[in-house]
Design a protein around this ligand. Structure first.
Ligand code: BTX
Length: 251
């Protein structure tokens, strides 16, 4: 906590040796009226979640962190915070370790083509007056990817750097970068966010295949719209796709 350089993010910080999922605990804590910026970190998770009921492997040595946000944003803009988180994560891996981290749409953070971090944004409670958002962030840090129970196209900081990183530095820099992103979105700079996201995006202007409801669309990945939808150029005709409905492959 001494390392924090943020105004709000991480100023309330709860640390556990083991949890089922930091997101689940923080969702429970929302009911106790926790404030904007509250962070929960666990050394390991027994049942970490990915998106769409997928499991997230969370052995000791990773950074497993959840953050409570009550941003001053419209509903539509609050949904962009997962994009902001991807940018903050990729920026942090670049700042601290000089890594060429990329973002694979919608929000996998990859290094050398392998997933090194994941983001799970969840809505907690009411989206009416105060919107409360839980951002779950997992970074594969100080363990070897060989310890994954399944063979994943994943990697870890240890595998890439060959040394153990300081998890406190990592968390502090991540929260610092993310706070800047949240503030810039609150100031209405959606364009800046899209630009920064695009600068990290993997595969821009390259051929991709997208599968939606059994149909495969092959085209050029042009970028994302302000609402986060992917833009695909099919021989001059643009189509957009939302992250929930499709899977994306290099093509
Ligand atoms: P996702 O749905 O994009 O990724 C889940 C998929 O990624 C899994 O189905 C599996 O194939 C693969 N996978 C599982 N574990 C790992 C891992 N450690 N590294 C790389 N690939 C993996 C991404 O979901 C969102 C992950 C968020 C995790 C954080 S950790 C703190 C917080 N608490 C919690 O329960 N979830 C979040």
């Amino acid at each position: 906590q001494q390392e924090l350089r943020t105004q709000a993010l991480g100023r309330q910080l709860f640390f556990f040796a083991e949890l089922s999922s930091t997101n689940d605990l923080l969702k429970d804590m929302v009911r106790q009226g926790r404030e904007h910026g509250t962070v929960v970190i666990a050394r390991r998770q027994t049942t970490g979640h990915g998106r769409m009921q997928r499991a997230w492997e969370s052995p000791e040595g990773g950074l497993w962190l959840s953050l409570l946000l009550k941003p001053r944003l419209s509903l539509g803009d609050a949904a962009k915070l997962t994009l902001s988180t991807g940018v903050a994560l990729a920026q942090t891996l670049q700042d601290l370790y000089g890594l060429a981290a990329g973002i694979k749409w919608p929000n996998d953070v990859v290094v050398q083509g392998r997933k090194i971090a994941g983001i799970l944004g969840e809505v907690a409670g009411e989206w009416t007056t105060v919107q409360t958002l839980i951002l779950g962030i997992g970074v594969n840090a100080n363990f070897s990817g060989q310890t994954f129970s399944s063979k994943l196209p994943a990697t870890t900081l240890q595998d890439i750097l060959g040394y153990e990183v300081n998890l406190n530095h990592l968390a502090a820099q991540l929260l610092f970068n993310l706070e800047k992103e949240v503030q810039s979105l609150e100031q209405g700079d959606v364009q800046g966010l899209i630009q920064r996201w695009t600068s990290f995006a993997v595969g821009i202007n390259q051929p991709v295949r997208i599968e939606r409801a059994g149909t495969v669309y092959a085209g050029i990945f042009k970028g994302i719209r302000e609402d986060g939808e992917l833009i695909l150029d099919l021989e001059g005709q643009e189509m957009t796709f939302s992250s929930g409905e499709v899977s994306l492959r290099a093509g």
